[in-house]
Design a protein around this ligand. Structure first.
Ligand code: MG
Ligand code: MG
Length: 275
């Protein structure tokens, strides 16, 4: 899940302060290993859903697959019950950005579906999202998802000890804007640990060399939410589902990432190592 945050102008002002100390709750190497175990369970749930995404499959069926996989591993869904959220996954279709509720909707050819999911194992939360496009005909959606995934990779590559949150945001933003797309600004990534949402916020835009310094032991969810059209979003009548304001497609890729002396460690990579 992503975090709502203050208006973007305020974030930009905050970002202008360079080299600020980390507000994150830092994790020991053993704690990062425990978070990786949580992330491995979550990756298994995503892998199972990846095999199931097809024309005719409902978002409720995908939710059941994720919940079963997580519980079979002795973990619990992180989203279910979180601030009253009723399900294990957030399956956001087409113009839906994040936080949609699963149900009877059956996928059709050309649909873009972003699936956000979280797991809790031994008290440690992991959080990640992947986007799929059903079939091969929706080339615009396929390109949007590919660019969003590239932006996540660029953000992760910048997640190095001694660099700043603004470096991550800038890497994401630069990748997205070079493709002609927009980053959502009112929803951001976040610290992860015993709680799903810890400090700091991790915006998908920023100025290099600004914002909090990245330190060893910080664990963050980096999660570009990328729209084909403008960056503005709105909240739907169910009180959860966020959609693009202009109705354009939106994609979402996310990993939980530990900052270590050896570089960024992706804790939610697929079982085969794919990120
Ligand atoms: Mg998430
Ligand atoms: Mg998240």
């Amino acid at each position: 899940m992503s975090r709502s945050r203050r208006p973007s102008r305020a974030i930009r002002a905050l970002g202008a302060t360079s080299g600020r100390a980390s507000t994150g709750i830092l994790k020991s190497p053993a704690e990062i290993d425990a978070m990786a175990a949580s992330g491995a369970v979550l990756a298994r749930a995503h892998d199972a859903m990846a095999r199931a995404v097809a024309v005719g499959v409902t978002t409720g069926e995908l939710d059941a697959i994720a919940e079963q996989t997580i519980r079979d591993a002795g973990a619990e869904p992180a989203f279910k019950g979180y601030q009253g959220f009723p399900a294990t996954i957030c399956p956001s279709i087409n113009n839906e950005v994040v936080h949609a509720i699963p149900g009877a909707y059956a996928l059709v050819d050309g649909d873009l579906i972003s699936i956000d999911c979280g797991a809790v194992l031994d008290g440690w939360v992991s959080d990640s999202a992947r986007t799929y496009v059903v079939g091969t005909r929706n080339t615009e959606a396929i390109r949007l998802s590919a660019v969003t995934r590239q932006a996540l990779a660029a953000g992760i590559a910048a997640a190095q000890v001694g660099r700043c949150l603004g470096d991550i945001g800038n890497a994401v933003q630069t990748t997205v804007e070079a493709a002609g797309f927009s980053c959502v600004e009112s929803l951001v990534g976040h610290g992860v640990g015993r709680s799903m949402h810890e400090p700091p916020n991790v915006p998908n835009f920023g100025v290099p060399g600004t914002g909090e310094v990245l330190v060893e032991g910080l664990v963050i969810a980096i999660e570009p939410m990328v729209n084909i059209g403008g960056p503005d979003v709105m909240l739907g009548p169910d009180g959860w589902t966020v959609t693009t304001k202009d109705g354009t497609l939106s994609a979402h890729w996310e990993h939980t990432v530990a900052i270590t002396a050896a570089g960024p460690r992706i804790l939610t990579a697929a079982v085969d190592g794919t990120t």
